[in-house]
Design a protein. Sequence first.
Length: 261
Amino acid sequence: MQVSLDLTWVVVGLILTLRLSILAALLPLLSGLSVPPVWRLALAVCLAAATAPAVAAELAPAAFDLTWHGLLAEGMRSLVVSALLTFVIGIPFAAVRFAGTMIGVQIGFGMVNTLDPQSGGQLSVLANLYYLLAVLLFFALDGHHALIGAMVNSCRLVPPFAPLEVAAGSWLAAEGFAAFFAIGLRVAAPVILVLLLVSVAMGFIVKTVPQINILVVGFPIKIAVGLAALGVSLTFFNQVFQSLVGGMEQEIVSLLGALQG
């Protein structure tokens, strides 16, 4: 029995494996130390093998540039696509970490850090709490389907050797960077507002009763009120993060469309 092997599929599969490997190495939830590199490579190979026939069928033979210059250009193109996608997908997770860090500083936990198993570094306790909740909600909301879909669609909508509209994609990424701060403030605003009112109230108390040592009395009060406000705000975190995941899916589609031109 003879088995015919289309060389076009092989070339496209190898190029897509390169792109998806870069993407798997950079994406949140996959880029941490908790995911072995072998698993990331296996995911990239499986997705590349599944999408290579469809992508190869849409490419004209004249589009292939297998010279060293062409392959190097395709490698840079894959790096740009992967970096922009990683940035857009990572915005919700970075924003909730930013919110947790701001809340921790206001409560008085600015110097209290814990080990982050994803990066191997240290992270604020509340930032780590928000991040872990975001990861759990991400999987509960089927966000991992959007993650895999983004990897597959990056191969279909922006095929190998296709020209890239880098300027349009970079502009969308810049808008996402601005949204990063807005999302972080939106998540942290309820707790920060409550703590601001507590600080104002303690200021009036000091003016009224100067004998009170506000540093000794204020820290426990801010911690207690801050944690109580944090517990109340977490009841609404599900709705907030659900809207963030939905917005992330729309941003992925917009980014791939902008890169496609």
